[in-house]
Design a protein around this ligand. Sequence first.
Ligand code: HPA
Ligand code: ZN
Length: 326
Amino acid sequence: ISIKKFIEGIPKAELHLHIEGTFEPELMFEIAKRNNKIISHASIDELRKAYSFNNLQEFLDIYYAGANVLINEQDFYDLTWAYLTKVHEQNVVHVEIFFDPQTHTDRGISFDTVIRGIHKALEDGKKQFGISFKLIMSFLRHLDEASAFTTLEQALPYKNWISGVGLDSSEIGNPPSKFERVFEKAREEGFLTVAHAGEEGPAEYIWEALDLLKITRIDHGNRCLDDNSLVQKLVELQIPLTLCPLSNLELKVVKDLKDHPIVTMMNRGLLVTVNSDDPAYFGGYMNENYQSIADALQLSKKQITELAKNSFSASWLTDKEKENRI
Ligand code: HPA
Ligand code: ZN
């Protein structure tokens, strides 16, 4: 069978996905209308045309603006449900997704509203599609430590719904060390930890995520290749990297997908996975990410199988659950 059919057919887990990054313009306009919110672009087409980025920050500015129309629990439900419907068609059977509470609580939306909507959709996705899930609460690293602590406090009543904490937003100038104490508290409370590191920031930030935040996975991690001893460490500990090919292309982390380091990383023994990051903004969900990298780097079915298997081994499913999924 063709590589395309092979990618479509193989069961996959998604481990690096921002739910706010799945907000398609069609749904954004629909929700804006019912909430009497104005979008600064005149039409769906105009909005899509604005999705052209030179770096992470240019994307983040548009991504946070888009989230402004989300007000009610139903909005968060609809957003999450649309994502699950989409990835169900792509044979994604397990998801570990991020939400950014501060993006909403800073606009006066309650933590409760946000998490209830997302959680209810995830439960329904499990019932209707059999998609298992974990939810990861991500701190915005451009905001201060106090704001992250407040967010962690707000999350405590919903501990059963949140498996881990993460760190995202503007990387350069906001190193993991800024959140060492917040992550320490989060671990004490029983949360697993991950962090975006080495997307635009240096290898040093990946070291900090490992040593100071005690992360179980690195989100992106592209820049680890600048530091041989870091690569050695990540291989030795089998710390997974959640790579996002189309995101890297759209945010100019790589010039061309032919330059994407995924194969180099696999060959060096790193545990790498393919993910979509913010599919509504970067032009593709899981299968499009697999396909684009398969095309650019001439991946074999064996390599694609390895990547799909990695997505489960790198997940937070138990060993028994993993066996049932692979
Ligand atoms: N990097 C940092 N912050 C983000 C990203 C990303 O790729 N996507 C959404 N928030
Ligand atoms: Zn991300």
